[in-house]
Design a protein around this ligand. Structure first.
Ligand code: SPD
Length: 392
């Protein structure tokens, strides 16, 4: 690796560690800290020179269907070691440190953009991805902003960072005054203060919370001007006293069982909360909005680290996920729209026609693309996040 790139990588690792500390502050998921299990590889494999029949996957929590992994194992004889995380920052720390041991990871496109520049990923061998043609050309085009020529990532699921809320509790707290179509619900202290008692939560992600705050303020979320960051910090600090916690997955169950009433969260996670409440028959009714001011659009990308121990198995896994029926089942269970156009035909009407999952064009028009942040900006952003979280 050239010297400049090595120095930049060192900088990025320090940055990623700071970011992970800023975001995690002790809230990291139990399974996130460990590298992929070693020592589970069978001694040999069927063909001389072929990879051991093992695959180490590191994915977001709640992001595959119950049988996605076991079917792949059964069909291929490849044993999958599956770990989960719930923030891009935790994944980034591992990728930039190197030797993560993972074969497949799932960064959001704007993180992949920066990581790819650092040489973190293997270019995809598309000759091994015979199901690649199933992908949605529009999603591929949109994501090529972050991943030129779609060189490193296969679009997996997409979403917006919006707001999930408990319909009855918000009505009880705010009456008819509730701005149910706006970021004002969470960023205006007039409303946030009245939601503190029933539980207001934010994802533990500096770019997403600050960018959403900037969108509310009418600022370009891709701005790297320090005064624009300061404006977002000031806004978030004003509502900080009313935020019960910062966490990027705990709100799914808490919304579902009525423990909290409003969460900044990801589309599918909020919709899973909605459906879990319905299934439990506990009377909790959850809705999801993409605020009228706009929301960050995200595509999570399947990618293979450059030092993956089992790149062939990784390609086999990506090709399996690219099968429309496989990814349609994930969308069905996890309520996220996939980047696979052919999968639509495999969706039941109640998923395909759910406008919260597959939003209509007027909602898609509110989505704002997210570009990679510079190293310097992320450093400032992490400091601002620590100040917000610690209340200093
Ligand atoms: N449970 C799955 C969560 C997927 C979240 N995607 C996050 C995008 C963050 N920018």
């Amino acid at each position: 690796m050239p010297m400049i790139q090595r120095a930049r990588r060192r900088d990025l690792v320090t940055l990623a560690l700071t970011a992970a500390m800023a975001t995690a502050l002790g809230l990291a998921m139990a399974s996130c800290g460990s590298p992929a299990p070693r020592g589970t590889e069978p001694a040999g494999s069927d063909k001389p020179g072929a990879e051991p029949r093992v695959l180490n996957v590191y994915n977001w929590s709640d992001y595959v269907a119950p049988e996605t992994i076991s079917r792949f194992e059964k069909e291929t004889g490849i044993k999958v070691n599956y770990d989960v995380y719930d923030t891009n920052e935790v994944l980034e720390t591992k990728l930039l440190t190197g030797h993560s041991g993972y074969d497949v990871v799932v960064p959001s496109a704007f993180f992949l953009e920066r990581q790819a520049r650092e040489g973190v990923f293997l270019p995809l061998d598309k000759t091994k991805l015979t199901n690649y043609h199933n992908l949605d050309k529009d999603v591929l085009r949109r994501v090529s902003l972050n991943d030129p020529d779609n060189r490193y990532g296969v679009p997996y699921m997409w979403q917006a960072t919006g707001i999930g809320y408990n319909i009855d509790k918000v009505r009880a707290a705010l009456g008819d005054d509730a701005p149910l179509d706006s970021w004002a619900l969470v960023f205006d202290p007039k409303y946030a203060s009245k939601l503190a008692a029933c539980g207001l939560t934010f994802v533990d992600s500096p770019p997403e919370v600050f960018d959403s705050a900037q969108i509310y303020l009418g600022i370009d979320p891709n701005s790297e001007r320090i005064e624009d960051l300061a404006a977002a910090e000031e806004l978030v600090k004003k509502v900080r006293p009313y935020v019960r916690y910062f966490h990027s997955s705990q709100y799914i169950n808490d919304l579902a069982n009525g423990e909290v009433c409003v969460s900044i969260g990801y589309t599918g996670d909020v919709l899973m909360a909605r459906d879990r409440a319905q299934e439990a028959g506990n009377g909790v009714k959850i809705a999801y909005i993409v605020p009228k001011e706009g929301a960050i659009f995200e595509v999570d990308m399947l990618a293979i680290p450059a030092d993956a121990p089992h790149p062939d198995n990784a390609h086999a896994f990506l090709n399996y996920i690219l099968r429309p029926e496989v990814v349609a089942e994930i969308s069905t269970f996890k309520k996220y729209p996939s980047g696979n156009a052919a999968a639509i035909a495999f969706l039941k009407p109640e998923i395909r026609d759910d406008k919260a999952i597959y939003p209509p064009p007027e909602i898609v028009a509110r989505f704002k693309d997210h570009r990679a942040e510079s190293l310097t900006y992320t450093r400032y952003e992490n400091r601002a996040w620590t100040r917000v979280r610690t209340g200093r």
